[in-house]
Ligand binder design. Structure first.
Ligand code: MG
Length: 383
């Protein structure tokens, strides 16, 4: 089915306060309108029309790149009519009509809305049950009537329609008739419309305080913070024919002395992750006095640090290891080290950095008495 979207963004939206209409106010660093465009793009709705007000031309730059702009009318009804007229020459099968002031649109809602249309309904919209008692109230606050709420629902947007039906319904609309939503227009023309379960995240930004609520619902990342941990380790060279660094066995004329496999790279990295989690150091978790870690594969230590991160809901964003030695040469093994580290941490390669340097023959690494490593881990933690 060919789908299209009409996003109504022509309102003045002054109740939210300030001089910018609400559909262009920022939420999580982006204008409200962008949020809806994201969802339509993600759902593969390739034809997108933003019905806007020429007075807002200067704030439409981003929308212009992501949608066709059509100038709206004095009322919502007139604006939707303008959007439909723009689609009519090459009509879609299904059109979603949406208010830009509802940024919490998801691909899931768009998919759910197409079901009833494919099943033969002319229109469908998400609807929320009415939880509060309803009263008809006079302007002075006096209650003049109780309203039974059992069969009442709050209808949201987007509303989906068989294009031919909603186009016809608008075509037959008498001049001057104004509807609060498009289901109303379709019903007035005799079309059968239905609802699907609504989504609280589709709440409309109407008042200034609504932005804080929308932020709380739509920006879970505001509850996370970034922590950077650092780690350092060194091991002494001794008898042997290989070293293990960042999980890779490298033939060498010396070995590294250590309780485990002496992988200084992964030890520094394990400490960096523990540091970002503020969970002590590698010695706390794997005491060198415990014989069970003799000759251990350091993948165990790294996997343990990862498990601690995951248990606390933290996510490793990036790791960076620097190996410090005169020999062996690291460059030929770097790709394998990155791949192995990425594999243990379950990270894409572009989030794993392995670097190498020397100390220009100065100090213990310069004299090849031993080898050192330092690491940082950047972690997104829940507060
Ligand atoms: Mg160590």
């Amino acid at each position: 089915m060919k789908t299209a979207a009409i996003i109504v963004a022509a309102g003045q939206g002054i109740r939210v306060g300030g001089d910018i209409p609400k559909q262009f106010k920022m939420l999580g660093g982006r204008p409200l309108l962008s949020w809806s465009l994201d969802a339509f793009e993600a759902a593969g709705v390739s034809r997108r029309i933003v019905v806007a007000n020429p007075a807002h031309a200067e704030v439409l730059e981003e929308a212009r790149r992501r949608a066709e702009i059509v100038w709206g009318g004095a009322t919502r009804t007139a604006s939707v009519r303008a959007g439909l007229a723009a689609l009519a020459p090459s009509p879609p099968d299904i059109v979603f009509i949406h208010d830009a002031a509802r940024p919490g649109l998801s691909e899931k809602v768009l998919r759910a809305l197409t079901g009833p249309i494919e099943a033969g309904w002319a229109g469908a919209a998400p609807a929320m049950p009415q939880a509060d008692a309803l009263k008809r109230v006079e302007p002075n606050g006096a209650v003049i009537e109780d309203v039974a709420r059992a069969d009442l629902a709050r209808v949201q947007t987007p509303q989906a329609f068989r294009f031919s039906a909603i186009y016809d319904a608008y075509d037959r609309l008498a001049d001057g008739m104004i509807f609060e939503d498009d289901l109303g227009v379709a019903r007035a023309a005799g079309y059968a419309v239905t609802t699907i379960p609504g989504d609280p995240r589709l709440m409309k930004a109407t008042f200034p305080e609504d932005f804080a609520l929308l932020e709380a619902m739509l920006l879970p990342s505001s509850a996370t913070f970034q922590a950077v941990g650092s780690g350092f380790d060194a091991h002494r060279f001794g008898e042997g024919d290989h070293v293990t660094l960042c999980g890779v066995r490298i033939a060498h004329d010396k070995g590294l002395i250590g309780h485990s496999d002496a992988d200084a790279g992964w030890h520094a990295l394990t400490d960096a992750i523990l540091g970002a989690l503020a969970r002590g150091d590698i010695g706390d978790h794997f005491p060198p006095s415990d014989p069970k870690w003799r000759g251990a594969d350091s993948a165990l230590f790294l996997a343990h640090a990862l498990a601690l991160a995951r248990e606390s809901g933290a996510e490793i964003a990036h790791v960076d290891v620097t190996l410090i030695c005169e020999a062996p040469k690291i460059a030929p093994h770097r790709a394998a080290m990155r791949a192995r580290t990425a594999e243990i941490l379950g990270l894409p390669l572009d989030r794993v950095s392995i670097k190498a340097t020397t100390t220009e023959r100065m100090g213990f690494t310069g004299r090849s008495e031993g080898l050192a490593a330092q690491a940082t881990a950047t972690i997104l933690r829940k507060s």
